[in-house]
Design a protein around this ligand. Structure first.
Ligand code: HEC
Length: 337
């Protein structure tokens, strides 16, 4: 069932853990054929809308993220919530033992996967150890975009940024029961070279996850849905202000002590809410967790009731933000032909 093309093929996984054939598990419906078709469709789409170009090409990046964020084959193949991160440096480690970040599908497609370019070369196999199908896609990373095009400064962690820049393979893990992609990973240890060669850059992290540019605009722009929503979306201007109010309440409620990209707590399945786009992806769960007094936790991981005034303020600013995100998305959807 593998494609003949070399596509970041044999990773350093133990050969025994990979069965090229369909799962032997009797309780599993064999979705192998369906997954193979989905992989072909997604790989073809990625090659068409996010082809190998210069890693500095802004127009190509815009086309790619706009297409993937919209009604794409990729988005239709994503689970309602998925995990994203580096492949574990330890080849023996399982996905369960690998730190990953949780994402809503639109965020994953529009802000993360679109940062890569694809040749369309891919391979599908069943990985017995994980009980998941694995799609490997030959790829490369757009490391030369302006800093505001990344969802946050990935270079806050030199090792992680190094892997991003050297990525030659994207791994998409698929649940055999639903035929949906549940985990995405990037690795520099796939077979073959990256589909575009680029010299590594080493930007310095100044400690700010968000910042103001010379024109007084909030950065990173992508986290304000810049280039994802239409420029004249009437809800966009308010999104910034409404998010800032929510962010202040989250700061008061200590959420920032843990839910940040550098994973200070640290969580195996990190949740981040530190930009408008990231908060938009989590707002439903955020509201529920606060309403049910499940968050925040203290340093020992024990639930701490919020002071009632603070809880009310957090819920108020949260629901204003939630309503605005919903309106902005509905307006976008109504514009599509
Ligand atoms: C001391 C660290 C810590 C603080 C402070 C904290 N969290 Fe969490 N949060 C966690 C951990 C750990 C998890 C994952 C495990 C869990 O669900 O208990 C989590 C999970 C979540 C989730 C996703 C899971 C779910 O229950 O839906 C949301 C949403 C969330 N937190 C929101 C918040 C908000 C909002 C605040 C501030 C009011 C906050 N957290 C403060 C550590 C923290």
């Amino acid at each position: 069932m593998s494609k003949l093309l070399a596509s970041c093929g044999a990773l350093a996984l133990a050969a025994a853990s990979i069965a090229a054939a369909a799962p032997v598990d009797e309780d599993l419906p064999d979705a192998g054929g369906e997954i193979e078709r989905m992989a072909d469709e997604v790989a073809l789409e990625l090659q068409r809308v996010c082809p190998p170009v210069s890693p500095a090409d802004q127009a190509a990046f815009d086309r790619c993220r706009h297409s993937l964020f919209g009604d794409s084959a990729l988005r239709r193949s994503l689970a309602p919530r998925l995990l994203w991160g580096r492949r574990n440096q330890d080849a023996a480690a399982t996905l369960k033992d690998t730190n990953l970040t949780q994402f809503a599908p639109d965020l994953f497609a529009g802000l993360y996967l679109s940062l890569f370019m694809f040749s369309g070369e891919h391979r599908v196999e069943y990985v017995q150890r994980e009980r998941l199908y694995l799609i490997r896609l030959q790829s490369a990373f757009r490391n030369r975009l302006p800093p505001g095009q990344f969802p946050y400064p990935f270079w806050h962690d030199e090792a992680k940024w190094g892997v991003y820049q050297a990525t030659n393979c994207i791994l998409l893990w698929v649940d055999p029961k639903t035929a949906r992609i549940v985990i995405g990973q990037f690795t520099e240890r796939g077979e073959g070279s990256a589909v575009v060669a680029s010299k590594p850059l080493s930007p310095k992290f100044d400690g700010n996850w968000m910042w103001m540019d010379k024109e007084g605009r909030i950065q990173p722009r992508v986290t304000l849905f810049d280039g994802l929503f239409r420029q004249h979306n009437p809800y966009l201007p308010k999104l910034d202000f409404t998010y800032r109010t929510l962010a202040l309440r989250m700061r008061d409620a200590q959420c920032e002590n843990c839910h940040m990209p550098n994973n200070p707590f640290p969580m195996r399945r990190l949740v981040i809410m530190h930009t408008p786009a990231h908060a938009a992806g989590e707002i439903g769960r955020l509201m529920k967790a606060v309403r049910e007094d499940r968050m925040p936790l203290d340093e020992a991981g024990i639930e701490q009731p919020l002071e009632p005034g603070l809880k009310r303020a957090l819920l108020e600013s949260g629901s204003a933000f939630e309503a605005l995100v919903k309106a902005a998305k509905e307006w976008e959807a109504a514009q599509r032909d």
